[in-house]
Design a protein around this ligand. Structure first.
Ligand SMILES: Nc1ncnc2c1ncn2[C@@H]1O[C@H](COP(=O)(O)OP(=O)(O)OP(=O)(O)O)[C@@H](O)[C@H]1O
Ligand SMILES: [Mg+2]
Length: 367
């Protein structure tokens, strides 16, 4: 058992350390699919397990009680739950049960588990914190921080439905908070100081949650690897995600942290203009669209200051070498834009704005 653990903790530390200084190696170092032998040792896989709804099976299992289903996403089903302790101790959490279709093959599952271990210690104000990865009757689920808010996808939809756009300052603020979460994850080190070379790989509007207190949190760290690995291989492409791929992801090339910078650029573009840069149903289609010139945001929406438009376009350069070279650089540019000459956006201002846009949402009640 001890040797098995060791093997999965951090795949090939030396390679990861080298990878940090050599971007082209990052993908190989962290995403290398586990070998057949490694995959067969993953303790979570339970081929004989019956697919059941989580409500039936998990109630009171492992000290958790499901309160209600929150949403059904591309990767799994999300539930509001309580983590129970002694003397009526109860902590509100969210559970995400990973759809079995993504983890049916042992390699995808092994990839998922090894990546989950890499991201276990990510604790940052702009990242949804994962508490544990559990298994119950063959179902794999994540226990994480419950975020009382809404996804950026819903935020965007609410605006486009009423034919207006979020003020550019708030869009810059949301993106800047995500850069801070990314910066932290991209530079995160293991307990013994080795760079982990974590890349999110799935920065999309639905994975950015706006909490009603005005906090911005990036979710689903570590989930994308196994899934994008599968979809790029052509086995059931994840719809909704294709439009947020970086060129290197779309070409199944090695990716590093600059891929996340590109994807966040796509999210920022959508916030600023109300339009997706790419509207594709297949990877081939998105590859074609990536050859076209992107119209700068200020040409689509005249309310976008040219300075902000330029920042967005720099994140969207096709060649990773031409983009911001770190999330920190991207974040600094956004913060300079927001604060160098005025009292720019804050969490509190964003919270008040959310209150205006969603006046009927219960802010203080989660049940
Ligand atoms: N920690 C959380 N707390 C509260 N709600 C959450 C949490 N995580 C996710 N959700 C909600 O559940 C929804 C579904 O999440 P999920 O990650 O499964 O799918 P998605 O983000 O919509 O799509 P995908 O991740 O496949 O791109 C999210 O849009 C979000 O509104
Ligand atoms: Mg998600």
């Amino acid at each position: 058992m001890a040797t098995r653990r060791k093997r999965y903790e951090i795949p090939n530390r030396r390679k990861i350390a080298e990878a940090h200084t050599e971007p082209s190696l990052v993908h190989e170092a962290v995403t290398r699919p586990p070998s057949r032998e490694e995959a067969s040792e993953v303790p979570f896989f339970d081929e004989g397990a019956v697919d059941r709804s989580m409500d039936e099976t998990i109630e009171y299992a492992q000290g958790l009680r499901i309160i209600r289903k929150l949403a059904e996403g591309g990767m799994g089903t999300v539930y509001l739950a309580e983590q129970l302790g002694t003397a009526a101790f109860s902590k509100t959490v969210a559970l995400k049960v990973i759809k079995r279709q993504w983890l049916r093959d042992k390699r995808a599952l092994a990839l998922f588990v090894s990546e989950a271990r890499l991201v276990a210690d990510l604790v940052h104000a702009n990242i949804c914190q994962v508490y544990s990865l559990n298994r119950y009757r063959g179902q794999l689920f994540i226990v994480m921080e419950y975020l009382h808010g809404l996804g950026l996808n819903r935020f965007l939809k609410a605006h486009t439905r009423s034919s207006y756009l979020p003020p550019p300052d708030y869009s810059a603020f949301i993106a800047s908070r995500v850069t801070r979460g990314l910066e932290y994850a991209h530079t995160k080190k293991s307990r013994d100081g080795a760079p982990l070379a974590i890349v999110h790989r799935d920065v999309t509007p639905s994975n950015v949650i706006l909490d009603f207190r005005g906090f911005v949190k990036l979710t689903d760290f570590g989930i994308a690897l196994a899934i994008t690995h599968k979809s790029i291989e052509g086995k059931g492409v994840v719809t909704g995600k294709i439009s947020y791929m970086s060129p290197e992801q779309a070409h199944a090339e090695p990716v590093d942290y600059r891929s996340d910078i590109y994807s966040l650029g796509l999210v920022l573009y959508e916030l600023l203009t109300g339009h997706k840069v790419f509207k594709a149903r297949s990877v081939n289609e998105v590859r074609q669209q990536m050859k076209d010139r992107i119209t700068p945001p200020h040409e689509v929406n005249p309310k976008v200051p040219e300075e902000l438009s330029k920042i967005c376009m720099k994140a969207l350069r096709y060649d990773p070498m031409d983009r911001y070279q770190s999330a920190r650089e991207f974040g600094n540019a956004l913060e300079y834009f927001m604060y160098h000459d005025r009292w720019g956006p804050t969490n509190e201002k964003l919270a008040s704005y959310l209150q205006k846009v969603f006046p009927n949402i219960e802010r203080d009640k989660i049940l």
